[in-house]
Write a protein that binds this ligand. Structure first.
Ligand code: SF4
Length: 375
């Protein structure tokens, strides 16, 4: 298949691997930011083909995983209201809140619907003028533009019964928080290519310079990952720390100006809590005051939420790269994709799900690192 096969070519992969092995002379730790990259790495066994001295640390770039428990509980409360049709992408339905998930709300009679686009939710609102339609808008800079466009459209069309529960997060402040943590072991980043295709790379040179880390914008196919790793270790071995775009077929330095303009119009930057990590300043977007009428948090105030994570779940450490999924005692026993204790086991982009799916059940646990919170 065009644009896929050529990035999975085994001969080219072998050459890139040879180059990486020839380049690496001492221990290095790279973080792949995005959960999609984590899945590609584990699925293709890339981490097992790299030099032993080179560790890949799985980052917090899984949108479902980092949506805070408080927001999930808010979604559960809003979805339970009889006047509400609650719309969401399917992967959010099984994310455990405190005690239940959206599937259970649906089982208890809540009108919870899976949609494939926020525009589907807007259409449902137009078809049901006597109901309140709420869309669960979560994710990184990648899902934010269509969500922003949908809110913009709702306002333009005067669809007053449509609102959005927004919990968007931004990658650069997360990189800053990771690098500022005293327990940070990351020496270089594979930045998420799809995020950069929207936002460009303007925010990264300052981070690369301040923390003296190479940041390589990287795609998702096996050859993309290997090329990202190759460029990152080459910089590390040379003592360099620049921003390098290894995903030029999709990423322009300025990103997507139309999408960025839409984001600027609809959202404003806010502090955001990341599940298992804590509040990272300036790391989120919320609807700006101009769109307040479409803000579900404003329209459906929910008080008295008391969140409680399962004591066994260590997804916070997994999301910070302090623990590999198979090092969690509940992995594959108490916690499986059918009985997930944490969001990292639910999401198709979660590291725990990736390890489970690609059969890392029998991997020996590596040395558990000191778990100091990022923030
Ligand atoms: S394996 Fe399950 S319990 Fe352990 S960290 Fe992952 S999601 Fe949490």
């Amino acid at each position: 298949m065009k644009y896929i096969d050529e990035f999975q070519d085994p001969e080219l992969a072998r050459r890139l691997l040879d180059d990486i092995h020839a380049t690496v002379t001492r221990p290095w730790a790279l973080m792949e930011v995005c959960g999609g990259q984590t899945h590609s790495i584990i699925r293709h066994g890339i981490d097992q083909l790299l030099p032993e001295q080179l560790e890949l640390i799985h980052g917090p770039g899984c949108p479902v995983c980092v949506t805070p428990l408080e927001v999930i509980d808010k979604a559960l409360e809003i979805a339970s209201r009889p006047e509400v049709i609650f719309c969401s992408f399917g992967d959010m339905l099984r994310v455990p809140g405190t005690g239940r998930d959206l599937f259970q709300v649906r089982g208890e009679g809540g009108d919870v619907r899976v949609v494939y686009s926020p525009l589907d939710a807007l259409r449902i609102a137009q078809q049901n003028p006597d109901r309140e339609v709420v869309f669960f808008g979560i994710g990184f800079e990648t899902t934010a533009p269509p969500n922003a466009m949908t809110v913009h459209q709702a306002r333009k069309l005067g669809v007053r019964n449509f609102s959005m529960l927004v919990s968007h997060v931004r990658v650069p402040p997360a990189i800053e928080a990771i690098m500022s943590s005293p327990s940070c072991r990351v020496q270089g980043f594979l930045a998420a290519g799809h995020v950069c295709s929207v936002m460009g790379v303007e925010e990264y040179p300052e981070l690369a310079e301040r923390f003296r880390v190479p940041i390589v914008v990287t795609g998702f196919e096996p050859l993309d990952i290997l090329e990202g790793v190759r460029r990152a270790v080459r910089q590390l071995e040379r003592g360099e720390h620049t921003v390098d775009n290894a995903y030029a077929r999709a990423v322009r330095p300025e990103g997507n100006p139309a999408a960025r303009a839409m984001l600027e119009d609809v959202f404003e930057v806010t502090d955001r809590a990341w599940r298992g990590i804590g509040v990272i300043p300036g790391s989120g977007w919320r609807l700006s005051s101009k769109y307040r009428d479409h803000d579900a948090e404003h329209r459906f105030p929910v008080d008295g939420i008391r969140t409680e994570e399962p004591a066994e779940c260590r997804s916070g450490e997994v999301l910070q790269g302090l623990l590999k999924p198979h090092e969690c005692e509940a992995f594959g026993t108490l916690c499986t994709p059918r009985t997930p204790l944490g969001a990292t086991m639910v999401s198709s982009e979660g590291a725990c799900a990736a390890y489970y799916l690609y059969r890392r059940l029998d991997m020996p646990a590596t040395k558990t690192r000191e778990a100091t919170p990022v923030v």
